[in-house]
Design a protein around this ligand. Structure first.
Ligand code: GCU
Length: 610
């Protein structure tokens, strides 16, 4: 974690061009912020008229100027104030009907008031913008960002003035081969400023990010907390206080030449059974006991608070151990999509709805696919006692030979870990899904997996491999990436994309002494469509598929968990069977309205027995 925090400081220094680019600030939800969410004006700009001139060179007369005619003869061919508005955060596809299929550039603009506060700095923070964006404040460039599912921020203090200011964001969600994700993916390419926009007020020197994790070591009655912290500057001698009132733990630290703190604190472990909440000593986070401690970090009279749980996660042979005890991951996959056709989920309420459905199913684990979901989702899962698999969208056939693509993927991985490094419920970082075997792919993902461990050595690393065929009913998992992961996970679609009704005959060979997760299986059904169990799209077909697959899973040696595909029917441009799919992937166990299909009960019963 120390390397992660320092590395981010160095990157910021280099990019002088965007002098405002600073390290990603951690725990933004508990900082002094002003929300810029709300109604933003938008201009649809199919040919990027607002960015390029007719020779396709970036123009200085672009829309980021928010120009107004000064004299009657002045020619200004855009006017944000006259333009319609839509909600931010939100996607444009479900807010404006004629933008349902739109992929391209849309400009967003809003005004906001700002009052300078002495020498304090102002960071402009975006929870996520899909996919690529250029941000400007008062007509001056603030920064650029690529990647639709991770946060970023710019120091815009020097661009602001007292009173009314404006921010303009050019958003482009066009897909491309060298992007991450690449050109094709089985989810809706929701475009827009899809998560919160915040103005964060910080002192000139502030605590940028920190990590507080329970160490696996147990010495007699003692447990140890590993604490690391990074300021926004390499400044020595700054005093920081860490306070965990409930554990009567209050300690002062002084930053080193890098502006960092790296320390280990000891605390007493619970005398009562692990995880018991009755004892005021350390109570460990688990699905049965999602205990979070109030934690306060103070410097120069300013305090950041957080809610942090303490637990350990590791593997032993084919077992996954949570707090030293074997655990079976009763999971489900889900996309970050509101029910009832609602587009991108981006609030605690959205999270609570989706995660309650997972809990009702009997889950203690969710695979958040195929990209980092919003922070509300992760924190709500933590409060609800749901362990999490979090993933970056190295999905299908990424441009493995392209260094810029690798840097993009690594940046998304860095930011995913930096944002959620203190979430006790995140147990697995996943670096990829269903990627084709090749030397280039192995090199790319091998490097990414190794890098992930430099960012966080406390969690498990995995990826969703795949088994797409059997010979003589024997399914073999063979993947060079097995050496880089802690948990071997793979997707298999026996009964849907292959070998219908052959699950009972299937045998599995997984030649790795590591825990196994079946990270996807399933089949489609239209809620309310009934018929014979061999009739595609009926609830009976899906129900039977689940029965047969779960019986097959029961025979897989070393199975430590599963996350069937998928909790809820979700939008996909690849699902065009009218009358059945209507641009929805129908593999949900509940419909988009939350209606339970027959297969729901099969999985629910299986989890009850687990
Ligand atoms: C794949 C993939 C999913 C996709 C699913 C399906 O395994 O990982 O993103 O939606 O299959 O085909 O339904």
């Amino acid at each position: 974690m120390k390397k992660l925090l320092i590395m981010m400081l160095t990157v910021a220094g280099v990019m002088g061009a965007w002098a405002q680019t600073v390290p990603l600030v951690g725990n933004v939800l508990n900082r002094a912020t002003t929300s810029l969410n709300g109604d933003w004006h938008y201009i649809v700009d199919v040919q990027e008229e607002g960015y390029y001139d007719y020779r396709m060179n970036p123009t200085r007369w672009g829309f980021f100027n928010n120009a107004k005619p000064q004299r009657p003869e002045d020619l200004i061919e855009y006017d944000f104030d006259a333009a319609p508005t839509m909600k931010v955060p939100g996607d444009w596809n479900t807010q404006v009907e004629r933008l349902f299929f739109y992929e391209g550039t849309i400009w967003f603009q809003r005004y906001f008031d700002y009052q300078p506060q002495g020498d304090r700095r102002a960071l402009l923070y975006f929870g996520a913008v899909n996919y690529e964006c250029h941000v400007s404040v008062n007509g001056k460039k603030a920064g650029h960002h690529v990647g639709g599912f991770t946060p970023f921020n710019f120091d815009v203090t020097d661009l602001l003035h007292e009173g009314r200011n404006f921010v303009i964001v050019k958003v482009d969600n066009k897909r491309s081969a060298s992007a991450v994700p690449t050109q094709i993916f089985d989810w809706w390419n929701y475009g827009g400023i899809t998560r919160d926009v915040l103005l964060v007020s910080v002192a000139p020197t502030y605590i940028n990010n920190y990590s507080l994790q329970l160490d696996k070591t147990i010495k007699g009655k003692k447990r140890f907390l590993n604490f690391s912290l990074q300021l926004n500057r390499k400044e020595a001698g700054r005093e920081v206080t860490l306070n965990i009132p409930e554990l009567k733990l209050k300690q002062k630290f002084v930053t080193d030449a890098n502006g960092s703190v790296n320390a280990q604190l000891s605390t007493l472990r619970s005398a009562l059974p692990l995880g018991s909440s009755k004892n005021s000593q350390l109570s460990l986070w688990s699905p049965e006991n999602p205990k979070l401690y109030k934690v306060e970090l103070s410097m120069d009279g300013e305090t950041i608070s957080d809610e942090i749980g303490f637990r350990t996660i590791e593997t032993r042979g084919k077992q996954i151990l949570l707090n030293g005890n074997p655990v079976f991951l009763k999971g489900i996959c889900l996309h970050e999509e509101k029910p009832n056709g609602g587009g991108r989920a981006n609030s605690t309420d959205d999270a609570r709805t989706l995660l309650s459905w997972a809990k009702e199913l009997g889950c203690n684990f969710v695979r958040l696919t195929h990209y980092p979901h919003n922070e509300y989702m992760v924190r709500e899962a933590e409060r609800m006692g749901l362990m999490v698999w979090s993933e970056i969208p190295c999905y299908w056939t990424i441009d493995w030979k392209n260094e810029a693509t690798y840097q993009n993927a690594q940046r998304q991985l860095t930011d995913m870990i930096a944002r959620d490094c203190n979430r006790a419920n995140i147990i697995i970082w996943s670096i990829a899904n269903e990627t084709p075997h090749s030397a280039e792919r192995d090199a790319f993902l091998g490097k990414l997996a190794t890098y992930a461990r430099t960012q966080d050595s406390t969690r498990l690393i995995s990826m969703a491999m795949e088994v797409t065929g059997a010979s003589n009913y024997v399914n073999r998992l063979q993947d060079n990436m097995n050496q880089y992961v802690d948990v071997v996970s793979f997707n298999q679609y026996v009964g849907w994309y292959r070998d219908v009704n052959d699950a009972p005959k299937m045998r599995w060979e997984i030649p790795y002494d590591k825990p196994v997760i079946i990270s996807e299986f399933g089949g489609g059904a239209k809620y309310g469509l009934h018929g014979a169990k061999n009739q595609r799209w009926t609830e009976e077909f899906q129900e039977n598929l689940y029965r047969e697959n779960l019986a097959m899973l029961d025979k897989i040696e070393g199975l430590a968990g599963t996350t069937p595909w998928i909790l809820k029917d979700f939008r996909s441009p690849r699902r065009v069977l009218i009358g059945i799919q209507d641009y929805y992937n129908m593999k949900g166990l509940v419909s988009d309205k939350g209606e339970r299909k027959k297969a729901w009960y099969v999985l629910h019963d299986w989890y009850k027995r687990k």
